[in-house]
Design a protein around this ligand. Structure first.
Ligand SMILES: Nc1nc2c(c(=O)[nH]1)N[C@H]1C(S)=C(S)[C@@H](COP(=O)(O)O)O[C@H]1N2
Ligand SMILES: [Mo]
Length: 499
């Protein structure tokens, strides 16, 4: 089922996917799975009805759906023997159950249809609900067939439930990966993350924390089931336009001089004011050092990174070699990467949206050219290049709740990764821009907090925020949607001030 879902995700036009993401947020996967469960239930009902009318017709329905499932499994890059066997097994069980249930149903139907024997009692077949019987003892001649059908139905349901539980348990790969994660001992970094200055905290209650806890970190990817990668067998291959192909094992990676840095990563789908952005302390090996081992050839301008599940991102070679802390990351906030954030190894690149840089479960770096290779999202309506746009957000006061008249404290975050934030301003009811107090930043690659107290009397106000980066560029005022390369516009909130 996840394979079919994955094929759906890859196949749907970007518009529909955007719509689904916008509608369901990060719950879009749950929505997809529930939707698929409904479709499957509908198909099962259809199979039952047509099989009842004509033998093998229902089996054909199951067969076609089974083949679609098999095709989906086979076309996924993650195709495992387990998934294959499961798909075939499921189809076989479905056919057997279908035949059994239809036979029972037909027995019941044919017995119920014998009119002569039913003379004394109204035909129970006319109404299948037990309440239709005039007496507590239904026609004894019909009972066994009906009971046998219901037994078969209940048996089928129980079998399906138990089978599902076994299938879930069979996802042993996930267990192996999470067990292996538990055994990873991260090395002490050769270069520790600079300590977070106390002045980096703006000191506003309810503001987003400076460092996002792993459990709260946004998650975006196309993987319906989290790829389970065993670090014992993981290798990263550097291929393509290089002087020497390089292979790196997880143990070799851990033995490199690792650096730890705070980097704020963001999703291109993040709407103005949205929360698809997070800041973590990443531990990893600079990608430029790995690339230096391989020796990129003249003419190459892109690194196509590929994940264990076949997803790809195209990152400018320039960005990976210009000295910024682009990392082959193994740690997140002092822990091995959580499985859903790319265990055992992912990329983190300051300044670029995730879709062009932050490959999780990474297994290959192909040095190539934008002209020759196309990354996953490029043909789906998103720009080839995805630098993060300078932006800012008001966290408090939280929308919806009225605040008390007097000095109202505003606070939030602003980011301009790898350039740094110069100033953040607020304006009320489109009045003059007022400079906020900007907290010290952790680094150019992280967001900063800001705060400003405004004296407001009773009434309704529109408050907007805008950031200016350290090069003097003001964030774009024009409201634009996330596609194709990141939303723009000023985050705007309405504040209801009560006496
Ligand atoms: N393998 C893989 N890596 C991926 C993606 C994906 O779909 N598959 N999505 C990218 C996108 S669009 C973003 S915004 C970041 C999100 O990283 P996170 O889930 O750790 O926050 O991962 C990136 N890495
Ligand atoms: Mo993203």
């Amino acid at each position: 089922m996840t394979a079919v879902g994955g094929a759906v995700i890859d196949a749907v036009p970007p518009g529909v996917k955007d719509w689904a993401v916008a509608l369901f947020g990060t719950a879009d996967k749950v929505a997809l799975l529930v939707g698929m469960a409904l479709v499957i239930a509908g198909l099962a009902a259809l199979a039952g009805v047509v099989e009842d009318r004509r033998r093998f017709a229902g089996i054909a329905v199951v067969g076609v759906f089974g083949l679609a499932g098999l095709a989906a499994v086979l076309t996924r890059a993650q195709a495992s023997a387990n998934a294959l066997v499961l798909a075939v097994l499921t189809a076989v069980v479905a056919v057997v159950l279908l035949r059994l249930l239809v036979r029972r149903l037909q027995e019941w139907g044919s017995q119920a249809a014998e009119p002569a024997t039913a003379a004394a009692t109204p035909s129970p077949a006319a109404s299948p609900t037990p309440t239709a019987y005039p007496s507590p003892t239904p026609n004894p001649r019909h009972a066994p067939a009906r009971r046998r059908f219901l037994q078969a139905l209940a048996g089928g349901a129980a079998f399906t439930a138990v089978g599902g539980a076994f299938a879930a348990a069979w996802r042993g790969a996930a267990a192996v990966a999470s067990e292996a994660r538990g055994r990873v001992a991260l090395p002490v970094p050769a270069s520790a993350a600079p300590a977070i200055p106390a002045a980096a905290e703006a000191g506003v209650e309810g503001i987003t924390p400076l460092v996002t806890p792993n459990t709260d970190f946004y998650r975006i990817d196309t993987a319906l089931s989290v790829p389970a990668v065993d670090p014992a067998t993981w290798v990263l291959k550097v291929t393509g336009m290089v002087d020497r192909e390089v292979e790196l094992s997880f143990a070799e990676l851990l033995a490199k001089p690792l650096v730890e840095r705070h980097v704020t990563i963001a999703c291109v789908s993040n709407n103005v004011g949205g929360d698809l952005i997070g800041n973590a302390r990443w531990l990893g090996w600079p990608v430029r050092e790995l690339l230096a081992l391989a020796g990129p050839q003249a003419g190459a301008d892109m690194v196509l990174s590929r994940s264990a599940d076949g997803w790809t991102a195209g990152t400018p070679l320039e960005v990976l070699t210009d000295g910024r802390d682009a990392l082959l990351a193994v740690g997140m906030n002092g822990e091995p990467l959580p499985l859903e954030h790319g265990f055992p190894v992912r990329l983190v690149v300051p300044g670029l949206y995730g879709y062009v840089s932050a490959t999780k479960w990474v297994t290959q770096l192909k040095v190539t050219r934008f002209e020759d290779d196309v990354a996953y999202w490029t043909p789906r309506g998103w720009s080839e290049r995805g630098p993060i746009k300078t932006s800012s957000r008001i966290d408090v006061p939280r929308g919806g709740r009225p605040v008390k008249a007097g000095t109202v404290l505003f606070g939030g975050v602003a980011w301009a990764q790898h350039t740094g934030i110069g100033k953040v301003e607020l304006r009320v009811n489109r009045g003059p821009w007022q400079q906020t107090g900007l907290a010290q930043s952790i680094s150019l690659d992280t967001w900063c907090q800001w705060k400003l107290g405004l004296d407001l009397t009773e009434g309704q106000y529109e408050v907007q925020v805008r950031a200016t980066d350290l090069s003097g560029r003001v964030q774009d005022e024009q409201n634009r949607p996330a596609a194709p390369n990141g939303a723009t516009g000023f985050h705007t909130i309405r504040v209801d001030v009560k006496p």
